[in-house]
Design a protein around this ligand. Sequence first.
Ligand code: NAD
Ligand code: UD1
Length: 339
Amino acid sequence: MNILLTGGLGYIGSHVAVELLSKGYDNVIIADNLSNSKIEALKGIERITGKRPKFELVDFRYKDQVFDLFNKYQDINAIIHFAAFKAVAESIEKPLMYYENNLFSTINLLSIIKSLKYKIHFVFSSSCTVYGIPDKLPVTEDMPLKEPTSPYGKTKLFSEYAIMDTIKVLEIFNAISLRYFNPIGAHHSLEIGESPLKTYNLVPILTQVATGKRKEFLIFGNDYPTPDGTPIRDYIHIEDLAEAHVLALDRLFDNKNQDKYEAFNLGVGRGYSVLEVVKTFEKVSGKKINYRIAPRRPGDIAEIYADTTKANKILGWKAKYNLEDMLKTAWLWEINKKF
Ligand code: NAD
Ligand code: UD1
């Protein structure tokens, strides 16, 4: 089985590559334009698994590059599509950059799939942002998809719609969207972890404050309608998240999917506030965090966490790590980082 990972050198893609290689999917092809990752991640994957995936420098925004890739590898059986920009606030400042990168990449992949004569499986990196501001919590997959609060979120929702609509007209095409909540932490080997070129997410910023690379941690708003006033998210360890990708692929390869399009929430099923994350991080790292309350960040919502029953029952998957474990691996990665 040849599995293509678009954006596979990034944070989530590199951990999924390790999980695939460890579970016997030996032919992994990573294609990435390195816009938010480093080539060193490839060595990390190799150090953990003893196997080196093939690597191609490809920008999925450009149709000719995508077609060249599929001309070179004429036997790709599945695609896991990670390649995208992912920062909510940046997408509000630069909406076209997000629409161009995230939507063109998805559409180019769907176009190539449509042009192929053989069956290809597709797993899409979606996000809890497709539930917009949810009417009830926890969110289940059958709740109506609502307008996301940022252009980034809209690219995830539009991509899901583009996949669903393509499936309707393409008999041999099946797909699973995995709706991630907030992935954090690093691989327990500390050979790979979160090493973005542009840092926007809570945990990598927090760990940088702890090492002194950044002066202070800004909590974006403490006037939300939550118990301590700071926003609540469902944090999930990256290795738990990676495991679900292999189960999703197994499901497609075994033809066990009940619908041609399925979506699964990937979270732990409980929420923590930003302040709770900061306090837990202080406990596991032994570092005092210099934090300050700042204005709300545009595009943020007050609270979201997952109902994971569907993934638990149908994929046979359950998150194992708790918040302390997650933050501990994030901290150990920060102080032992190889790239
Ligand atoms: P990441 O930035 O670490 O990884 C994305 C990778 O895609 C990077 O290696 C980047 O270089 C590459 N890339 C971006 N645009 C590309 C293009 N046009 N062509 C080729 N490569 C390109 O991000 P991540 O955290 O690993 O996220 C992976 C996917 O999961 C993204 O689609 C993201 O939207 C989605 N997601 C992430 C989170 C999260 O909190 N990390 C949550 C929900 C969904
Ligand atoms: C968002 C999206 C998620 C998306 C992910 C990718 C929502 C609900 N979630 O996650 O779908 O895929 O981005 O990046 O839209 N925070 C601070 N200070 C900081 C950084 C963050 O207080 O310096 C807070 C944020 O306000 C937020 C929480 O920490 O409440 C988590 O933020 P972040 O890690 O950026 O992820 P989300 O925005 O929740």
